[in-house]
Design a protein around this ligand. Structure first.
Ligand code: HEM
Length: 393
């Protein structure tokens, strides 16, 4: 008897099994077609590495800025993340230059001290919540350090940031939209205060303020909106990345053992950990013309969602993609994006993740799961709501 052709793969990013392990369903989508239409998300899902790179690279054909397709964007949302070239260039280069002027090795060292003292305080505990006790405070301190500002209290800020992150799934759950709007207002007020207080901040924002104070109002506004993305986006992604990394290290004690034997591998291993289970699941662009993706006809104005998590496990781009290979090289994964909207915080994030792994290498013997972990119900960001772990003596 003939085998029936397989039906379309059902993909629900908020489904419990997918939240626990999205990689099997992403692999099925990747096999099914270069572009799969998702009715609920009203977009094409792109899962193959080469197609994902093409969408991210060809920014003239795939727009980030909805205004290019005739949609309105609130002024307050115009940042490096929304603007496309050529309008994006001045603000992106302003922040790139400011980043290059920061002393990232010193930030790494301070992050290591911070992580070490937190781990020392936790070492007697039979079980502790890794997101609250380590990921959130370490990420917040590092971002504030980079920007040169005083961080808000971590519990308060974590709630604001979570509400904003969850509202990114407002298309799937409209109840998240209004709390998200209120939390965004709190974020705006906080960041605006860093641009208006007398006495310029040190760090990255000091550099940005110095170069925008006498610039045109539009340029200054883009800079402030981008500072919001750096602070909130940077914090939430870094927190999620730290959690995912701690989870892998807890469940795979062989990783820290291998790195203790070959500490020179830490930078490669950090990159591999982000490929293997990165926090940013995908990003969206708009087709700026009718165009094909493989044998699929995409129409002008349709949404195209690049699924980084699927591309990062594509066997056409990575040998044994489901294995964690600490010395994988080259490792041109998409965990930090690609092209004109690639992550501005990559170098800083790598420093923070390195500081954390180094701390675990030199100050403790091991990390273990200490109870059932729970993923946060978000489609865009792969992160934990609850991650109980313990330190082994
Ligand atoms: C391990 C941690 C991080 C990961 C995995 C990550 C990942 C990403 C990805 C995938 C994008 C591209 C999104 C797209 O194409 O639409 C992105 C953009 C961005 N990231 Fe990160 N990020 C991390 C940490 C950070 C940090 C710490 C900062 C700030 C200090 C930051 C600032 C930004 C900014 C400003 C953008 C927008 C760039 C643009 O659109 O031109 N990120 N990030």
């Amino acid at each position: 008897m003939d085998t029936l052709p397989a039906g379309p793969v059902l993909y629900d990013p908020l489904d419990a099994a997918t939240l626990a392990d999205p990689y099997p369903v992403l692999a099925e989508l990747r096999t099914q077609s270069p572009a799969v239409w998702h009715d609920g998300m009203e977009c094409w899902l792109i899962t193959r590495y080469a197609d994902c790179v093409r969408v991210l690279r060809e920014h003239t054909l795939f727009a980030r800025d909805p205004r290019r397709l005739g949609s309105a964007v609130p002024d307050a949302s115009l940042s490096v993340q929304v603007l496309d070239p050529p309008h994006q260039a001045p603000v992106r280069s302003l922040f790139m230059t400011a980043l290059h002027q920061q002393d990232l090795p010193a930030l790494q060292q301070r992050t290591r001290q911070n992580a070490a003292s937190r781990l020392a305080a936790l070492s007697g505990e039979p079980s502790w919540e890794a997101m609250r006790e380590l990921a959130q405070p370490v990420a917040l301190a590092a971002i504030a350090d980079l920007l040169g500002v005083t961080p808000p209290p971590v519990e308060e800020w974590a709630q604001v940031s979570d509400t904003i992150m969850r509202s990114m799934d407002g298309g799937l759950d409209p109840d998240l939209i209004e709390p998200g709007r209120l939390a965004r207002q709190q974020l705006s007020d906080l960041v605006a205060s860093w641009f208006t207080t007398t006495g310029r901040p040190a760090g990255l924002l000091g550099h940005v303020r110095a170069r925008t104070e006498n610039a045109g109002t539009e340029h200054a506004a883009y800079a402030m909106h981008t500072a919001r993305v750096m602070f909130q986006g940077g914090y939430s992604t870094l927190t999620a990345a730290i959690g995912n990394l701690l989870d892998t290290l807890a469940r795979r004690p062989d990783v820290l053992t291998a790195l203790r034997e070959r500490p020179g591998l830490v930078p490669l291993a950090i990159d591999e950990l982000v490929r293997f289970d990165g926090p940013v699941q995908g990003t969206t662009r708009l087709a700026a013309a009718d165009l094909p993706i493989g044998d699929v006809a995409v129409r002008r104005g349709q949404k195209v969602t690049v699924l980084f998590a699927a591309a990062n496990r594509d066997p056409d781009a990575f040998t044994t993609p489901n294995a964690l290979i600490l010395d994988r090289s080259p490792n041109r994964h998409l965990g930090y994006g690609w092209g004109t909207h690639a992550c501005l915080g990559t170098a800083m994030a790598q420093r923070v993740l390195t500081a954390l792994v180094e701390t675990l290498l030199y100050t403790t013997h091991g990390l273990r799961p200490a109870g059932p972990a729970r993923r946060r119900r978000t489609a865009t960001m792969r992160t934990f709501a609850h991650l109980p772990v313990s330190l082994q003596p």
